[in-house]
Design a binder for this molecule. Structure first.
Ligand code: ADP
Length: 312
């Protein structure tokens, strides 16, 4: 499903190991067209095609998160098209809860995509440290995710890969939706490509049944995200992928009694098999889980690793 799971292309035979090491260690990257130079900092993470580094613009000390994609990984036209699609789509987005796209360029070795730096990484990192979040925290993050998602859906764009690792958090604890590698323009039911893409655990039943991905399928994934943050594990996790798919198709999951009733009600209203039975994003925001519960204005950075004390 992800490029990382695709067979790796063999290393270029005509390139010596020392040359590889040299490009890996190169500390300064220059955009030949603008003449700007950037200093490569720490590795933020590795993805399917890319490694992501902190980089500093040497002219003004501005810091970015930069996706570095080796040319060797995009040598085939369809691989290149995927990256170009991601760049063009991301470039067209401007919203306070979407990772800001700055600019991009390429040299002989790599394509560089300059993004707003989200120094606290993602909800996946917070979830790893915390395992479960409190209701006020979940409301805080979900409201920002929904705001970004409404913006995308209004523009006729589906994200198609909503998962904890794609909800980035900046220094100020604001959430930013990112990674548009699988995003696509919304098509009519007939036009939809019926290929399965996205993260297995959060795939909607209609996507598994090859009916294509609609805005409702993003809403399903959002329900899975909410479940995971409150319960500590994904709703349809089993040891076997086939079994997970069966559970998804039958919407077989359990709601822990520890969840407050409005959370249980909201999750079950979102995880509906028939896409037309699912709540819309506006209905989710109008649900008692949000209207009758407290949402903090801001979360303390310590909540990335410790349960916060939040008072209405
Ligand atoms: P993936 O293929 O997993 O979607 P990406 O190439 O989008 O991966 O990103 C790889 C890693 O780089 C992510 O897991 C994340 O830790 C980090 N990362 C990506 N974008 C940003 C950003 N804007 N700010 C901080 N870290 C980022």
């Amino acid at each position: 499903f992800k490029p990382s799971q695709a067979p790796q292309p063999p290393a270029k035979p005509n390139r010596s190991k020392s040359e590889h090491v040299k490009t890996e260690l190169a500390q300064v990257v220059v955009d030949a067209k603008t003449g700007r130079s950037y200093c490569k900092g720490k590795l933020l993470g590795k993805g399917g095609f890319a490694r992501c580094y902190e980089m500093t613009d040497l002219a003004n000390n501005k810091m970015y998160a930069v996706k570095v994609i080796p040319q060797s990984r995009v040598s085939k036209p369809h691989q290149r098209e995927k990256i170009i699609n991601e760049i063009e789509l991301h470039k067209s987005l401007q919203h306070k809860h979407v990772v800001k796209f700055s600019h991009h360029f390429e040299d002989q070795d790599n394509i560089y995509i300059f993004l707003e730096l989200c120094s606290r990484k993602s909800l996946a990192h917070i979830w790893k440290a915390r395992h479960t979040l409190t209701d006020p925290e979940v409301r805080y993050y979900l409201k920002q995710i929904i705001s970004a998602l409404k913006y995308l859906h209004n523009k006729g764009i589906l994200h198609r890969d909503l998962k904890l690792g794609n909800f980035f958090v900046n220094e100020n604890m604001d959430l930013r939706l990112g990674d548009f590698g699988l995003a696509a323009k919304l098509e009519t039911v007939e036009q939809r490509k019926k290929t399965i893409c996205g993260t297995p655990n959060y795939l909607a039943p209609e996507v598994l049944n090859r009916r294509g991905h609609g805005t409702e399928s993003d809403v399903w994934s959002l329900g899975c995200v909410m479940y995971t943050l409150l319960c500590g594990n994904p709703p349809f996790e089993t040891l076997d992928l086939k079994e997970t798919y069966k559970c998804i198709k039958e919407v077989r999951y359990s709601l822990p009694r520890s969840l407050i009733p409005s959370a249980q009600k909201l999750i079950s209203a979102v995880l509906q098999k028939d896409p037309s039975d699912r709540l819309t994003l506006d209905q989710i925001l109008a649900h008692e889980y949000f209207t009758k519960g407290f949402t903090p204005e801001k979360l303390p950075p310590s909540s990335c690793v410790m349960m916060p004390e939040l008072n209405p």
